[in-house]
Design a protein around this ligand. Structure first.
Ligand code: CTP
Length: 403
């Protein structure tokens, strides 16, 4: 689970739209991530999803009326908003957006929002004509100008049966947006980090390529955790099936050469480079311009080495982190790589067990330190541990600079 959600207080406001069913999953994910979630609903929202559903997920009372529940020192909606780290209105109907924009507070959602000093995020969901209406657009503009974070809506099938703009953002994107906002002033704020992920593809002819089994999961988790800690995060990604994480600038590349160019450009003003990508070591010497035809004879393919990106990039002040994918004599090979590529940190793993898996067991190697063996952990937690180690390096470096 991402650490940025742990112990955070999030108020989720649900207004009346069919997309409320997605908010159930959003709330489940936030609770699972360790956040304390309070749900407030408009009356119309309860026609789509029952308050009991949210109560069962959050283990907390759900407010539907403006009077709210006064318990001891707790002044209902006012207290709820006052102590929140973030309020998210999902779905936000055209009507609710209009009320939020103009300070109208005649239902539990808009009333709680008005009494909430924390950042406000809205996930609009409505028919595409309602969304495109100048009144709705003006309301959204007004909300944005006040710093409200607007996530979506997206193009796709709508409840009306039409296809257009107005679909609420999916829970995945909303969780990403929430993590981004909660982490804005985190421990990596003001840092720029570059993470590479996934495989590279080296073409053989117009329809074939050489590649590897890298899924990109570890690199994407690293980029998400850097973003959760407030870093400006650039993710240079080879081809993967993963969606671009919210709040991360993704640069898509294909070959090792394309990745090298993208890394050179991105690291020009970066503090950290984490090379998690499984870069192909060789590429076909000649790329056929037409599809290679099948023949009944031995086929010998000539390969030439690709550029070693991590060894090539050597900007002073840049913290360089590598991954060593090994299948035998792990530490021996890794120690050699640490020195040859002049790295500050090397994450060693058994490639056969890690590639494509949800968990990873890694060892952290630093010059002049004993190897630190981590237990097998979900890749998200491995990413947190790696950033803890990188942050310690950044702190040590700043202290050295000051001396
Ligand atoms: N790497 C790189 N450019 C390459 C190959 C690898 O920048 N052309 C980076 C990887 O992203 C990783 C580190 O170097 O961070 C080590 O990659 P790995 O495949 O383990 O090592 P190689 O240098 O390719 O050596 P070998 O394949 O012999 O183990």
């Amino acid at each position: 689970m991402p650490r940025v959600l742990m112990g955070k207080r999030i108020v989720v406001g649900v207004s009346g739209g069919i997309a409320a069913y997605k908010t159930v999953e959003l709330v489940r994910r936030l609770v699972q991530g360790g956040a304390q979630v309070d749900v407030v609903m408009t009356r119309a929202a309860t026609d789509f999803v029952g308050p009991l559903t949210f109560q069962a997920l959050t283990k907390r009372p759900v407010q539907v009326t403006t009077i709210g529940v006064w318990q001891g020192e707790q002044a209902g909606h006012v207290t709820l908003g006052a102590s929140a780290d973030l309020m998210v209105v999902a779905p936000a109907t055209a009507d609710t957006l209009a009320k939020l924009a103009h300070g109208i507070a005649d239902d539990a959602v808009t009333l709680t929002a008005l009494a909430c000093p924390a950042p406000l995020m809205v996930a609009p969901a409505m028919d595409h004509h309602m969304y495109r209406h100048p009144a709705t657009q003006a309301n959204l503009e007004l909300l944005r100008s006040r710093g409200v974070i607007v996530v979506g809506p997206h193009y796709g099938p709508l409840a009306s049966g039409m296809i257009g703009e107005g679909r609420m953002a999916e829970p995945d994107e909303l969780v990403g947006a929430i993590r981004t906002v909660l982490g804005r002033s985190g421990s990596l704020a003001d840092r720029t980090v570059v993470v590479t992920a996934g495989p590279t593809r080296e073409p053989l002819d117009p329809v074939r390529f050489l590649s590897n089994h890298s899924s990109g999961k570890m690199g994407y988790a690293l980029a998400e955790v850097a973003r959760d800690r407030g870093a400006r995060t650039i993710l240079i990604s080879g081809p993967t099936c993963l969606p671009a994480p919210y709040g991360v600038a993704r640069v898509d590349v294909g070959t090792a050469v394309e990745m090298l160019r993208a890394v050179e450009e991105a690291t020009a003003s970066a503090d950290v480079l984490v090379m998690c990508a499984a870069v192909a070591d060789y590429r076909p010497r000649v790329v056929a311009t037409e599809k290679l035809k099948k023949r009944q004879e031995l086929f010998v393919l000539e390969l030439e080495p690709t550029e070693d990106i991590l060894a090539t990039i050597n900007r002073p002040g840049l913290v360089k982190v590598g991954f060593a994918a090994e299948t035998e004599r792990l530490l021996e090979h890794a120690t050699e790589k640490l020195e040859r590529k002049r790295l500050h940190l090397l994450v060693v793993n058994d490639a056969r067990k890690t590639m494509g898996a949800e968990t990873a067991q890694v060892t952290l190697l630093r010059p002049g330190h004993q190897p630190e063996v981590l237990p097998e952990l979900p890749k998200e937690e491995v990413a947190e541990r790696i950033w803890d180690a990188i942050e310690a390096l950044l702190v040590r470096r700043s202290a050295q600079d000051e001396q």
